[in-house]
Design a protein around this ligand. Structure first.
Ligand SMILES: [Zn+2]
Length: 287
């Protein structure tokens, strides 16, 4: 593609921090306008624009402005820069920092926090937070397509491990359970956790959402809304909530009490997705 970085050295300069502001600008221009700049104003849409370089200097107000790299539309005569209408517009953060932060966020499997960005790039926390926020916004799928092919779905519980009370109290409860004075061990491990439902297209995209209850009333509409039912097959564990989904699309289940893989029937993709997600959330696996 035209817009991709020109060479390995360009990618290297992004990853090792030697990208210059001029390189960053040139890269963005090439990615945005592979066939030459055109007018970004929606009410014009002119296809011809030319480059103008405005020298920096002291304004009448006494404020100093650096040189500006602009374009001018031949049709509407308005000036614009390569960042016009993009997430970097009106930002005082250098373009090179934006691009390096984008690379850092996309190349890290476990995600990056604003605090990490602050430390690594020497920007303020506010600037780091602002960049993370805008970059994540830009990465959203604005027109999500239906998932298709072999789909794995599963639900998981995310949240803190709760142990209320004094450790000695837990010890006493355990002793009483062992002595038969207390009937049920505390099975309420789900308390305080949130349920996340996930759908993964094998070799493709994943979609996750927060649900209140892992019931068929909540889960089935999500599956029907997100999957191309005519071109897909669903694989899940034997959770009863999935029982009726076979009326909408072919459905295979794997009983985890008995087996984990049966031919190509397994839910390993969604499970490895959960384990990455949980490591990211807590810094350690909670599975
Ligand atoms: Zn124009």
């Amino acid at each position: 593609m035209h817009g991709e970085p020109k060479s390995k050295s360009e990618i290297l300069s992004v990853s090792n921090g030697t990208l210059t502001e001029a390189d960053a600008r040139a890269m963005l221009e090439r990615i945005r306008w592979p066939n030459g700049a055109h007018c970004p104003f929606t009410d014009c849409g002119g296809v011809e624009a030319y480059r103008i370089e405005v020298k920096g200097g002291k304004l009448k107000s006494g404020r100093f402005v650096g040189p500006r790299h602009l374009f001018k539309c031949k049709a509407c005569r308005r000036q614009f820069s390569v960042t016009k209408g993009l997430i970097f517009e009106d930002s005082k953060i250098p373009l090179r920092t934006w691009i390096m932060v984008m690379y850092r966020m996309c190349s890290s499997k476990k995600g990056v926090s604003a605090l990490q960005i602050q430390r690594e790039f020497g920007v303020t926390y506010e600037a780091a937070w602002f960049m993370c926020h805008r970059i994540r916004y830009a990465m959203q799928d604005k027109n999500p397509m239906l998932l298709s092919g072999t789909i794995e779905a599963d639900e998981t519980y995310i949240g803190p491990r709760r142990r209320r009370g004094h450790p000695l109290q837990h010890e006493r409860i355990r002793d009483e359970q062992q002595m038969g004075l207390r009937s049920q061990p505390n099975r309420d491990w789900k308390q305080g956790k949130q349920i996340v439902f996930g759908i993964v297209e094998r070799g493709g995209k994943a979609r996750t959402m927060h649900i209140k209850d892992a019931t068929k009333e909540e889960i089935n509409p999500i599956l029907i809304k997100n999957i191309d039912l005519k071109a897909s097959r669903l694989i899940t564990d034997a959770h009863p909530s999935y029982r009726l989904i076979r009326h909408h699309l072919p459905h295979d289940t794997i009983k985890h009490e008995l087996e984990y893989v049966r031919g190509d029937v397994h839910t390993q993709n969604i499970e490895s997705y959960w384990s990455t997600l949980k490591r990211d959330c807590s810094g350690r696996s909670t599975m």
